[in-house]
Design a protein around this ligand. Structure first.
Ligand SMILES: CC(C)(COP(=O)(O)OP(=O)(O)OC[C@H]1O[C@@H](n2cnc3c(N)ncnc32)[C@H](O)[C@@H]1OP(=O)(O)O)[C@@H](O)C(=O)NCCC(=O)NCCS
Length: 167
């Protein structure tokens, strides 16, 4: 997949700003750090320099942004157990409503495999989008110290490993 480079920074920033209702205030050093991580991982030069700590990578393809990480050790997302080697999508946002978000998400699943994400329960559009793209509702979570309810969705490939605890 195509990962953002330094030249993409302004366009990526605009997509985060376009969807501030859902992304909230996204720090510019967070975006820069992901582009720096892309540079290390895929071996291209980046001149940004900041101390923000994050291991996320940032895909920017067809004006769709996906931020993600590979899970380093098993842990829980809400009441769902996730496993080392699977993927977490932190954010997905599209500039245009033209099918591009579905295309890029499907490409992500084909290239990376089992993927989980959390979403605010009131984000009806995103939840419909995840179901349409073959994800399943597998559990619940909360945001902002338990004050905002959220849902956990997973796309599972090959051997199913992800399951809601207690279900
Ligand atoms: C979630 C999000 C990425 C989904 O993107 P999207 O553009 O709705 O999804 P798609 O790429 O599948 O677009 C399909 C829509 O585009 C329209 N469309 C127009 N031309 C199209 C084409 N050539 N092919 C397919 N769809 C097309 C369709 O009407 C379709 O709508 P439908 O699903 O109601 O039938 C987008 O709504 C978004 O950026 N939301 C804000 C950020 C957010 O909430 N992110 C999730 C939490 S992190």
């Amino acid at each position: 997949m195509i990962h953002a480079r330094e030249k993409d920074f302004e366009e990526v920033k605009k997509i985060f700003q376009q969807h501030k209702e859902w992304f909230g205030f996204v720090r510019m050093d967070y975006i820069q750090r992901m582009i720096m991580n892309n540079g290390v991982k895929f071996n291209f030069p980046v001149s940004f320099d900041n101390k923000h700590v994050s291991y996320n990578l940032l895909i920017f393809e067809e004006n769709v942004v996906i931020t993600y990480t590979i899970i380093r050790r098993s842990h829980r997302m809400g009441n769902v157990k996730t496993f080392k080697g699977d993927y977490i999508i932190h954010q997905i946002g599209a500039k245009n409503r033209d099918g591009s978000a579905s295309r890029i998400l499907q490409k992500f699943f084909q290239e990376y495999g089992t993927t989980s994400l959390t979403v605010r329960s009131d984000n009806v559009i995103a939840k419909k989008f995840y179901l349409k793209n073959n994800m399943r509702l597998v559990g619940e979570c909360t945001f902002s110290k338990g004050t905002i309810p959220g849902d956990v969705y997973s796309y599972v490939t090959n051997t199913p490993k992800i399951g809601a605890l207690g279900i």
